[in-house]
Write a protein that binds this ligand. Structure first.
Ligand code: ADP
Ligand code: ASP
Ligand code: MG
Length: 403
């Protein structure tokens, strides 16, 4: 029998009733496939655990963070396996250390490197349905690790890779990937097929339906991902390689963020290496710098430098900049009320005038653009947060995504 990987997100296992519902989905596949299940923690659990760590200390150690937050998956997996056993199926939960799932990299942001298949294969062959904890792993010294928020998606893709699964289905609380967040706009359309490249951009630019790392893993390993709802039995979205897709749209989707902050250093002494001096200590502290603009210095002596970061990194960033003895600047200003709105689509590679249309649509709505960044398949603008939903709505219409 072929192997299928089914991943259930937090809302899908968010209550006892939901656990009973997804058990039926698992049971239905078990007649045709050897099923491997990956589960997230019940919705809200991981956030609760993180908040507890913050109450202990703002500098809660990263290794203890991983031990703490990975506990959420232990609860949901045991409840799910327990219910499957109660309805007569052969099932048990597996924590990452029991398999083991080996990760590499830093605590909180590890990546799965290797999965030992032997115990799970033996269990599958005995007719068992393993319920594997997503999000967690162990490093080579058997310390508990986690692989970043939303990481169960990546766990599922890597399990599909190592077990050479025939299919990998991500069950979530919406029917698939939409042209933009269906919880924020009514006129959204479900996307039938989307390329890894577009999905990666959408996920990295704020569409949290899939974790960005998981799309990278899927693209590298050529794993097709089906995203669908665990609430209603309807066809979802297929994430696959570009060659498999016929697309006549210029723009495939729109993403927006609501947790960015803008930092500006005014009157920075303009000399070679200055940008590196600013960004080196930020990167050493795992602060991800996103958009960057440096004004051309009029007198060749001073310049202004603006960049964006995640807003929960703002306090750390300010401290690092004030402490940095390698830079001289006049003033540091910041703004937490900014959002990045992005249009994404491989269609823009071959269609001229997309940038103009985007800027014109925003201008018509009186939305001021603060920073711009582009790649081959996306254009992002930084705007005031209060204008974000208006921007998404007008761009959705401009590029006829509701049609
Ligand atoms: P899970 O707990 O199943 O992993 P997530 O909350 O991580 O679910 O992801 C699903 C959510 O992603 C949806 O409820 C939706 O609000 C959000 N989302 C954001 N952008 C999109 C999009 N373009 N298409 C579908 N969902 C999106
Ligand atoms: N429970 C983890 C989180 O909330 C992982 C996941 O949901 O995929 O981030
Ligand atoms: Mg998720």
């Amino acid at each position: 029998m072929k192997i299928i990987v089914l991943k259930f997100g937090g809302t899908s296992v968010g209550s006892i009733q939901r656990i009973k519902k997804v058990s039926k989905i698992i049971k239905s596949y078990s007649k045709k496939y050897r099923v491997i299940v990956l589960s997230s923690a019940m919705s809200g659990t991981t956030n609760k655990l993180i908040n507890m760590s913050k109450k202990i200390s703002e500098n809660f150690p990263d290794n203890e963070y991983d031990t703490l937050v990975s506990a959420g998956e232990q609860i949901s997996c045991s409840l799910l396996a327990g219910h499957l056993a109660a309805i007569g199926l052969n099932s048990r939960s597996w924590m990452a250390w029991q398999i083991p799932i080996i990760t590499e990299g830093k605590h909180k942001y590890s990546r799965i490197k290797y999965i030992n298949k032997s115990k799970i294969l033996k269990f599958l062959k005995s007719g068992g349905i393993p319920i594997i904890a997503g999000f967690q792993g162990v490093d080579k010294y058997l310390n508990i690790t986690t692989i970043g928020r939303g990481g169960s998606d990546s766990s599922a893709i890597m399990v599909a890779k190592f077990f050479k699964a025939d299919r990998c289905i991500i069950y979530t609380d919406v029917e698939g990937v939409y042209t933009t967040d269906p919880n924020k706009l009514n006129s959204v359309k479900k996307i039938k097929n989307i390329s890894y490249e577009e999905m990666l951009e959408m996920a990295s630019l704020g569409s949290k339906v899939m974790q960005p790392d998981s799309i990278q893993d899927a693209r590298l390993n050529r794993i097709n991902i089906e995203v669908k709802s665990s609430f209603v039995n309807k066809s979802g979205t297929l994430i696959t390689k570009r060659k498999n897709i016929i697309n006549n749209k210029i723009i495939t989707g729109i993403s927006s963020t609501d947790n960015d902050a803008k930092v500006t250093l005014l009157g920075v002494k303009d000399r070679p290496g200055i940008a590196a001096s600013i960004f080196k200590p930020l990167s050493q502290n795992s602060i991800n710098v996103d958009m960057v603009v440096q004004n051309i210095s009029a007198d060749g002596k001073q310049t202004d430098l603006t960049f964006t970061i995640k807003s929960n990194d703002l306090n750390k960033t300010k401290k690092i900049i004030y402490k940095n003895e390698n830079i001289v600047f006049k003033k540091l200003i910041f703004d937490k009320n900014v959002s990045k709105v992005s249009i994404i689509g491989v269609g823009m590679i071959t269609t001229p005038g997309v940038t103009f249309r985007m800027f014109q649509a925003l201008a018509r709505k009186n939305i001021n653009i603060q920073v711009i960044s582009t790649s081959e398949i996306k254009i992002s603008v930084l705007i005031k947060s209060k204008n974000a939903s208006k921007a998404v709505k007008c761009l959705h219409k401009e590029f006829k995504l509701d049609k």
